[in-house]
Each structure stands twice: as C-alpha cells, then as structure tokens.
Design a protein around this ligand. Sequence first.
Ligand SMILES: Cc1cc2nc3c(=O)[nH]c(=O)nc-3n(C[C@H](O)[C@H](O)[C@H](O)COP(=O)(O)O)c2cc1C
Length: 232
Amino acid sequence: MKITVIYGTQRKSKSSTYNIAQQFIKCLSNGDSVSEFFLPKDMPKFCSGCWNCFTDSTKCPHYDYLKPITDAMDEAELLIFTAPVYVYHVPGQVKAFLDHFGYRWMPHQPNKNMFRKRALLISTAAGAGTKSTLRDLEDSMMFWGVARTYTFSKHVRAADWDTVDIKLKSKIQNDVKKLSNKIISESHNFTPSLKVKALFYAMKYMQIRFHYNSADVEYWKEHGWLGKEKPW
Ligand SMILES: Cc1cc2nc3c(=O)[nH]c(=O)nc-3n(C[C@H](O)[C@H](O)[C@H](O)COP(=O)(O)O)c2cc1C
C-alpha cells in the first residue's frame, strides 16, 4: 500500500506515536513506497490569512514547502497522521499545517483523489485528551473528502517510548496488528462513508443555491459535480 506519513513532531526513537506509526507501516506498506514528512521541519510556516489559496493554491506564500507534501498526499493510497496530545489538542504545528488546506475543504475545492483515499490517525497521551486531539484531525479528513478514516489512540502513561510499560507495549502491538488487518481487508471496493457522501451533497446544494465564491463554483462546475458526476 502506497503510504504518506505526516508526523506531528520531529521526535523519533523516544516518541510513542512515532514508534506506533512504524509498527503500522511495517504491517501495511508491503514493500510499496512510504513518503515521510516531519512537522514543523517540512512545513514550518503559519497560515498568513492572505486567502490566495481560495482562488489559486499555487499562490500560497508557503507553496514551495507545501507542494512536495501535497503531491505525496495526492499520490498515496493511505495517509497516516501522528499527533501526540498537547494540552488536549494536536501540537500547534499540526494545526498550522491543516490550516493551509482550508481551500481543499468541501465547501471550497476538495481534491477528487481524496474520495478514494483512506487515512489512519494515530494519537498518544500520557493520560487524557486523545479524543479531542483525533477530532482535530478527523474534521479535516472529513471535510477533505477522505473516503474512510481509522483512528488509533493510546494513553501510554509516559513521556517517552522507553518508559512505556512492557505489558502495554505488547497490547499496543496486538492492537496495531488487529487494526492493520482490518485496513488491509477493507482495501478493495470501498466508497466514501455516509457522512462524507452526505457532506458532498450538502455542499453541492450550497454551490448551486448560494454561489458564495465564484472560483469554488467554477471548480465544482469543471468537475461536473453540479450535474451528475461524483468524485468517487
Ligand atoms: C506540551 C505538552 C502537552 C501535553 N499535554 C498533554 C495532555 O493534555 N494530556 C495528556 O494526557 N498528556 C499530555 N502530554 C503528554 C504527551 O501527550 C504524551 O507523553 C505522548 O505520549 C507524547 O507523545 P510522543 O512520545 O510521541 O512525543 C503533553 C506533553 C507535552 C510535551
């Protein structure tokens, strides 16, 4: 399975989320290419709020950082995001990264490839907060139109992977295998979830009825989505 991974931090061997992601990659990649990006190193900028992307995404002032990551995401079959819980939410650099894809949200210009793609979101916390952290990522996956999203969260009761209890590590390994098997078994003939489909039809109605942004309406028209065409 062709995979693109966006790591929420630059920690590697000491990081629980990184080590869990490595276990998933081992189970899922099956020798296919894995593209990896680390935040904030590979996208160190905050959205400047210029709105350029809503009419032309190549005009984003941070386009040179975004292009290789966007290309890799568009080519992948599976997207993996990792995010340790920082004060109940994703680390700031993950939010800054997601902000740059506002133009790809369904009310605007969703990328067609996303509707045939799946995502795996991985979060760890010392003790609490993975639900709200995963929600930060799940919102973007749904509004990007990602067909299926899987989540994996663990409360590791530790600051570093080295100090995670050995029994918990073994449980994590088993749970990674279980979810990997599910992801593999669902690799064929999947369509977007009901939520994603419903959102698409609601946004189609909105484009036809309200014409908020002419660039968005034009984009939907070009893809035939205001008629009978669907992105999946
Ligand atoms: C700035 C910061 C904020 C954190 N906030 C929380 C929190 O709200 N809840 C929690 O349970 N753990 C919190 N933690 C602990 C981490 O989420 C936890 O140790 C996680 O497993 C670290 O992931 P990593 O090993 O991949 O870096 C925080 C850690 C840091 C550095």
